[in-house]
Design a binder for this molecule. Structure first.
Ligand code: ATP
Length: 796
């Protein structure tokens, strides 16, 4: 199949990773891959200018070395292009090829190498007036047929995907017209009777329905949270108020999640205007309340498209005037503007587009004239295919619902994370419980954010949040303190563990732990941590046989950079850690590239769980990855050395790039990082050299990523409602002989597309206790993908 990809509409971080993934996967599946430069505008222009200028057809192969047909031996097809073809963008003559007047260009493997770390879109994007006209689309159809292209991958926002659907629906009519004007032959008309289209959502606003996340939105959120973190310190110093305007004309996702992850005081989003009228009173009352209890700083976030209940725009400047005039606050406005478009993609904006690109090619290869065009989405942790048109229609329905003032409907059309985040932001009710919070194991990004959310939720509900400091050892030493609303104010952006954490399990003295539960009258427990927390929950649940004090709701919120808690596909801290790894590897790769011909062996933490190593390799484009699950063998190393030699041998002389190899710290006790590096050094000879770097504790990350913060809040609030629900069930039993069910000691997990509560005894069946990890690892297939995307033949 001949497949072309284009990026359209506003640029977003991660678009390059999409192009890389689509091109490489397509080649691996034996397809011929093309890119369309400058979005739909390039499709309309095609290669006509080139033909007119030179009197020749555009050269199809980039450098004449593209073999025909499928490429069973991947290595033989590695050398398409020189990696610079599209980075030029000026139409200059490069490597024996010119792009001038050529918008539809065949690409090869090396053309898209190293595209991960680049923001924006290297193949260009445009807003095309011509494509909106029937004549423009007729020209576009002709250009595709002329090059023999049968399928199109479009990465863009809702406008671009609408355009894609219009194009596909109109296609048979366009082909008939081209035929009737004798522009194409009967054979061409027959061969191109159908156009296969798949859409990927590239948009910083996260404004598409039927997917939890759009490509570019996580990076935009990163940029906004960095800005809020920076503003927070100056706001605190001067006791100022800041009004931040963020992007989002029709969608408040960035404003909402920035509000959650940045710990804002008030937010304005298009889907849910403040209900109380006038909103000025509501905002001032909330902020004055925060000031009354001692808050020195105020952050208000306004989405670009924020409106009041009568659809009048709410502008940042006006919000500032209200805060200054009514509350006498020294208030400043910050408009983040185009800095939000992203730049360097964060880890998730490398992983998501890569996985979605693979799915896009699969969808095209399976498509028939009867199947609808799909949009590739994600639900929790599952890559999904949804009918493109349905998603576009649903997205438009949100805007319609807003303009009809049907805000409830607008919210219902957004994904569940959106409305749950909003509920979290404005939670209220009443029930009184003494809830203990404890951190366990190694620190992980998001632990403090989860604690902050739980504390504030507790206070709003009338519960008492009790922090157990320094784990179970601290509990035995009576290190239990009540946390206050203000006391946790700055915890959102803090890495590490504010409560203090260690690996001591309650089994150190279970009877004494039970006595302390009684002494402090604990009515519920939330543990935030990794494998230790899971183990502790198991022990406490088992202890219910002997100690009535443990007959209370107990939850475990997984937080560990290793992501080794069984059954859950995500733990707090793993995103922060992947971002720390990406930052370090980008720097290492730069050094590796500068010194040419160098392999860097990067050692990661993770215990006996290869999650960080594997997903890190996917996010950095590493060429080999070693994990404890797969282990290392002499046979494997022999093949890897051979692969590296072949790969470096294929690089143009003097133009070799540095390559990364990622090795988990305990992938093998014999083939250590040092042994591996020395082996590569020795075997590389004149082709390549090798160095190693150990990332160690840097992987715990400094400031937690916005994703970890936002998920911490969402999952933490779910833990709180779980506790309330199970406490209410217990309350139905006589006070003296309460018996908690197995379900009331559970772990919150993300499994594929949903959030599931798993009783701890059920978790045990899926745990590999000796190796401290789950029995199954959902990412195991990713290792093969990492290696396939660098052209390494599969191990037999
Ligand atoms: P962003 O979310 O960044 O605004 P977008 O994809 O929604 O991205 P648009 O400017 O709406 O951006 O659309 C990009 C291009 O898609 C348009 O310039 C136009 O060429 C094409 N397009 C949009 N809507 C249609 C349509 N109804 N018919 C044909 N083409 C369309």
């Amino acid at each position: 199949m001949k497949i072309a990809i284009l990026t359209s509409g506003g640029d977003s971080a991660g678009m390059n990773a999409v192009v890389r993934s689509v091109v490489k996967t397509g080649i691996l599946k034996g397809c011929e891959m093309w890119v369309v430069r400058e979005g739909y505008e390039g499709l309309v222009r095609g290669n006509t200018e080139y033909r007119q200028a030179t009197g020749m057809d555009a050269p199809t192969p980039n450098d004449g070395s593209i073999p025909d047909g499928p490429t069973p031996n991947i290595l033989s097809s590695l050398r398409f292009g020189d990696g610079k073809l599209l980075k030029d963008g000026t139409g200059d003559y490069l490597g024996g090829r010119t792009l001038k007047g050529r918008y539809i260009v065949r690409v090869g493997w090396d053309d898209v190498r190293g595209w991960f770390a680049e923001g924006g879109t290297l193949i260009g994007t445009a807003r095309s007036k011509a494509f909106r006209t029937p004549e423009g689309r007729l020209a576009a159809a002709h250009n595709l047929i002329r090059e023999g292209i049968e399928a199109l991958v479009v990465c863009g926002g809702d406008g671009s995907l609408t355009g894609a659907d219009v194009f596909r629906a109109e296609w048979p009519k366009l082909v008939a017209e081209l035929r009737s004007q004798s522009i194409i032959t009967d054979a061409q008309a027959e061969a191109h009777a159908h156009l296969k289209i798949v859409g990927l959502v590239g948009s910083i606003d996260n404004d598409m329905s039927m997917t939890d996340m759009t490509i570019g939105a996580p990076t935009a959120l990163h940029r906004i949270c960095e800005a809020i973190d920076n503003i927070n310190s100056t706001a605190f110093s001067h006791s100022r108020a800041f009004v931040l305007e963020v992007m989002g004309r029709h969608c408040g996702w960035l404003a909402l999640l920035a509000g959650v992850a940045g710990g804002a005081d008030f937010i304005f989003i298009p889907e849910q205007p403040p209900k109380g009228m006038p909103w000025e009173d509501e905002m001032c009352a909330a902020i004055q309340h925060h000031r009354d209890i001692g808050k020195r700083k105020t952050i208000v976030i306004v989405a670009e498209g924020a409106i009041d209940i009568d659809l009048n725009p709410i502008k940042a400047e006006y919000v500032k005037d209200v805060l200054s005039d009514r509350l006498g606050l020294d208030t400043r406005v910050t408009t983040l503007g185009h800095t939000q478009r992203g730049g360097r993609p964060c880890a998730w904006d490398r992983i998501l587009p890569t996985l979605q690109g693979v799915e896009a090619i699969a969808a095209l290869l399976e498509s028939t004239p009867q199947t609808p065009s799909y949009m590739i989405g994600i639900q929790e942790n599952k890559i999904t295919r949804v009918p493109l048109m349905e998603a576009v229609e649903m997205t438009m329905a949100v805007a319609q619902a807003v303009s009809d003032k049907d805000f409830e409907k607008a919210m219902s059309l957004r994904d569940p994370e959106f409305s749950e985040s909003l509920d979290g932001f404005i939670a209220t009710a009443s029930l009184r419980l003494r809830i203990a919070l404890i951190h366990m194991g190694a620190p992980a990004g998001g632990m403090n954010a989860a604690t902050r959310a739980a504390v504030r939720y507790c206070l709003r509900q009338g519960h008492t949040p009790l922090a157990i400091q320094n784990g179970f050892r601290g509990l035995l030493d009576d290190n239990v303190v009540e946390l206050s609303w203000l006391g946790v104010d700055s915890w959102m952006a803090r890495g590490g563990s504010e409560l203090g954490t260690n690996r001591t399990l309650p089994s150190v003295d279970l009877g004494a732990v039970a006595a302390k539960f009684q002494q402090f009258n604990l009515q519920a427990l939330m543990m935030i941590g990794g494998f230790e927390a899971f183990n502790a929950l198991l022990i406490l649940e088992g202890g219910r046989k002997h100690y009535p004090a443990f007959h209370i709701p107990m939850v475990h919120l997984p937080a560990t950079i290793s992501n080794n808690v069984p059954m859950t596909e995500y733990s707090l801290g793993s995103d922060t850690s992947l971002n720390a790894l990406v930052d370090a590897c980008d720097a290492i790769k730069q050094s590796a590239s500068a010194s040419r011909n160098r392999v860097f062996v990067v050692e990661t933490q993770g215990g006996k769980c290869g999650y960080i190593a594997t997903m890190g390799a996917l996010a950095t484009g590493a060429c080999l990855v070693y994990t404890p699950e797969v282990g290392m063998s002499l046979n494997m190393l022999r093949k890897d050395v051979k692969f590296l030699k072949t790969r470096y041998g294929l690089d143009e002389k003097g133009k070799s790039e540095g390559r990364l190899v990622i090795r988990n710290e305990v992938a093998s006790s014999v083939y250590t990082t040092e042994v591996l590096t020395n082996m590569f050094k020795e075997e590389g000879g004149s082709l390549f050299d090798a160095r190693s770097a150990s990332l160690g504790h840097t992987l715990q990350g400094g400031i937690p990523s916005p994703m970890d913060r936002a998920r911490a809040v969402r999952l933490s609030l779910k833990c709180m409602t779980f506790i309330e629900r199970h406490h209410a069930l217990l309350e139905q039993q006589p006070a003296k002989a309460r018996h908690a069910t197995g379900e009331s000691a559970a772990v919150i997990t993300i499994q594929s597309s949903s959030i599931e509560w798993v009783p701890v005894q059920e978790m045990l069946k899926h745990a590999d206790m000796a190796n401290r990890r789950g029995k199954e690892s959902w990412w195991s297939g990713v290792k093969e993908l990492v290696e396939a995307l660098v052209g390494r033949p599969a191990l037999k």
